[in-house]
Design a protein around this ligand. Sequence first.
Ligand SMILES: Nc1nc2c(c(=O)[nH]1)N(C=O)[C@@H](CNc1ccc(C(=O)N[C@@H](CCC(=O)O)C(=O)O)cc1)CN2
Ligand SMILES: Nc1ncnc2c1ncn2[C@@H]1O[C@H](COP(=O)(O)OP(=O)(O)OP(=O)(O)O)[C@@H](O)[C@H]1O
Length: 226
Amino acid sequence: MPARAEIMGWRRETRSRLIEARLALPVDERARRAARALAALADAVDLARFATVGLYWPFRGEIDPRPLARSLIESGTRVGLPVVVERNAPVAFREWAPDVPMTRGVWNIPIPDGTPTVHPACLVVPLVGFDAMGYRLGYGGGYYDRTLAARRPRPWAIGLGLDLGRLDTIHPLDHDVPMDGIVTESGAVRHDRAVPDRLEAEPEVGFASPACLLPEVGLDDPGPWR
Ligand SMILES: Nc1nc2c(c(=O)[nH]1)N(C=O)[C@@H](CNc1ccc(C(=O)N[C@@H](CCC(=O)O)C(=O)O)cc1)CN2
Ligand SMILES: Nc1ncnc2c1ncn2[C@@H]1O[C@H](COP(=O)(O)OP(=O)(O)OP(=O)(O)O)[C@@H](O)[C@H]1O
């Protein structure tokens, strides 16, 4: 098992290699793969059963989930987008709809301006990379890890990305929170866990943030799968 410093260095290189590879795809090829991944998501996962779902504003070649956002809103599910309100802390989710005013957050990513904070019971999480155990590589801020660590029951988390992000292992560290499933253009894979960490009473995290209770997803919640 490599040491933490080596793992973090490997992640930095792998992250930039995978983002480059994604951005190097011809636009129409990337759009075809993204459309297949979104179709696989719709086949496998019933997001409309949740009152509120967390999506994201696409950035650096991420799959564009806005068509999904619009159809969820039409069917009565609220959509939140992540907002970095504090460095090295969980993200907040702010309600989005096609007509809400937008401003720019970290990295100039568009964020809803002045809409209510929402508490999604299920997050669709953009992937840079992912591994066979459902662990995810993101942009390196640790924002999704912190967000998933701070809430009980932990929101369901479905990683959405391209097959080119597939890795054998990301060499998971203590802070890494695995996804409940991974969806790419080649389909959906569930990662059910014997001990459901999403129900642990106390977040074991290295920062002070009150656990946010999600009344919507109780102990016997059946999850997002169809
Ligand atoms: N579309 C989209 N929106 C998103 C995310 C995402 O992954 N995708 N995020 C999911 O996380 C959050 C933004 N993620 C961020 C991750 C890192 C840094 C950042 O400041 N990075 C440092 C270097 C990080 C490091 O290696 O230590 C920098 O750029 O200087 C900012 C935002 C919220 N919005
Ligand atoms: N719950 C937590 N408490 C404190 N620090 C954390 C927590 N989760 C992650 N971190 C820190 O954040 C950084 C995350 O690095 P990592 O490579 O896992 O990011 P990532 O998952 O790719 O990023 P992102 O989620 O922003 O896309 C590490 O330095 C890690 O120590």
